[in-house]
Design a binder for this molecule. Structure first.
Ligand code: HEM
Length: 167
């Protein structure tokens, strides 16, 4: 029987990387940095961002993000999985604690991801998000991303940008 420990192990000890996700190997590890956020319905804000990409030897890469506002209070967090597909295609599923899950697809070319939501599903009390677009650029030990969303009755527009460095 598989133990709980081995089911939840995300980073160490590292088994061999599954060949299907070798194209995502440059993501693996911990990233830390700073970002800024805005939306027409809220106050602009700055935040600290920590991201971990891991693997368990299966054909997916796990993703976990935690953020904190400038006063140190915890803010947005999300977890998900990435899978690489033929012809530079990438698939991402993400769960967010505010009662949303996202299904995204897009491309990965030369360290540059362009992902767009195919579906966003909500629990009854979640704030409505109709559309997400994520641009992620990895250049060596620097990861930059920009996130646009359509939400709470607004058309798709800027919500976040951040720059993280490999920890
Ligand atoms: C895909 C990722 C994200 C989605 C879909 C998302 C969605 C949203 C939505 C729907 C709102 C409510 C806007 C309103 O009530 O008018 C919001 C607000 C906010 N978001 Fe994001 N967000 C994301 C990521 C983040 C991240 C990474 C941070 C980093 C700190 C962040 C910080 C905030 C803050 C501070 C607010 C205003 C206060 C609040 O409503 O909690 N968000 N976001």
């Amino acid at each position: 029987m598989t133990s709980v420990t081995s089911q939840t192990r995300l980073v160490t000890p590292a088994p061999p990387l599954h060949p299907d996700v070798e194209v995502l190997a440059f993501l693996l590890g911990e990233w830390r940095g700073e970002g800024r956020g805005a939306y027409p319905t809220i106050e602009d804000f700055d935040y600290r961002d920590e991201v971990v990409f891991g693997h368990v030897g299966k054909p997916f890469v796990s993703y976990a993000q935690h953020t904190w506002l400038a006063d140190g209070s915890p803010s947005h967090t999300e977890v998900g999985y990435l899978r690489a597909q033929p012809e530079d295609r990438v698939e991402l599923v993400v769960a967010q604690p505010g009662g949303r899950v996202e299904v995204e697809e897009g491309t990965l070319r030369s360290g540059h991801f362009e992902l767009a939501s195919l579906a966003v599903a909500h629990t009854g009390s979640a704030k409505e998000v109709t559309e997400i677009r994520r641009l992620i650029d990895v250049d060596g030990d620097v990861l930059r991303y920009e996130l646009e969303m359509g939400a709470v009755g607004q058309p798709r527009q800027f919500h976040l940008e951040a720059e993280l460095h490999r920890a």
